[in-house]
Ligand binder design. Structure first.
Ligand code: PGA
Length: 244
């Protein structure tokens, strides 16, 4: 059975003090989190040390938002996989559209980062998705298949999560219709060699749409940006009530 993975992506939000305050509000909601789901918080690098201590012994897994492909070196501003695993980090987002759009991430660097993450024992969350223009011109499938094929070249699909994140739905409140997200995720699954890879949906997932999204049979979780910043809303999301 495919694992359900609900991951918060804090992006460039929250100081260490903010992260502590978040956990104080969030943890009390997690008493009876269903054991069929994995909850991950992908926090800024600066919050990892504190979060690693605070989450020790909890059910929440720690995630980072990027990783370099070398284990060490002259790469100013980058972070290497051993620096993450030392802190107990288990997951890392790779190839988020904001990295691709603003920081020159390409399918080739995404592939290198995926390999480095897996070599270090991290589980990468690979993000793929089309722009509004690509969707409007009927290129959704070809764009996503090409991103998958290039990123997954030589990648072990037994230690992998994939996220379908239509770029036009990220941070816009304009969620992809759940049946359409389900359709695209099903097509993505058919491109994989391992059909058990969890495939998340991401893009304006909120407390009021998470149940419908998680009812979709192909969707195995959510990658949540804005709504993961508030303890109550992220708690509602991880405690989604839909059952497959
Ligand atoms: P959003 O972001 O939930 O704020 O749309 C999702 C993401 O970027 O992963």
């Amino acid at each position: 059975m495919r694992k359900i993975v609900i991951a918060g992506n804090w992006k460039m939000y929250k100081t260490q003090a903010d992260a502590v305050a978040f956990l104080q509000g969030f943890m009390p909601h997690l008493n009876d989190i269903a054991d069929d789901r994995e909850v991950v918080l992908c926090v800024p690098f600066t919050a990892l040390v504190g979060m690693s201590q605070s989450l020790h012994g909890s059910l929440i897994r720690l995630g980072a938002q990027n990783v370099h492909w070398e284990t060490a070196g002259a790469y100013t501003g980058e972070v290497a996989a051993p620096m993450l695993t030392e802190l107990g980090v288990r997951y890392v987002i790779v190839g988020h559209s904001e990295r691709r759009q603003y920081f020159g991430e390409t399918d080739e660097t995404v592939n290198l980062r995926l390999k480095a993450a897996q070599t270090a024992g991290l589980t990468p969350i690979l993000c793929v998705g089309e722009t509004k223009q690509q969707r409007d011109t009927g290129e959704t499938e070809s764009v996503i298949f090409s991103q998958l094929e290039n990123a997954l070249n030589g990648i072990d699909q037994t230690n992998l999560v994939v996220a379908y994140e239509p770029i036009w739905a990220i941070g816009t409140g304009d969620t992809c219709e759940s049946a359409e997200a389900n359709r695209v995720v099903g097509l993505m699954r058919a491109q994989l060699t391992n059909p058990d890879v969890p495939i998340q949906y991401g893009g304006s997932v909120k407390p009021d749409n998470v149940d419908e999204i998680m009812q979709q049979p192909e969707i195995d979780g959510a990658l949540v940006g804005g709504a993961s910043l508030q303890p109550n809303s992220f708690a509602r999301i991880v405690n989604f009530s839909a059952r497959r």
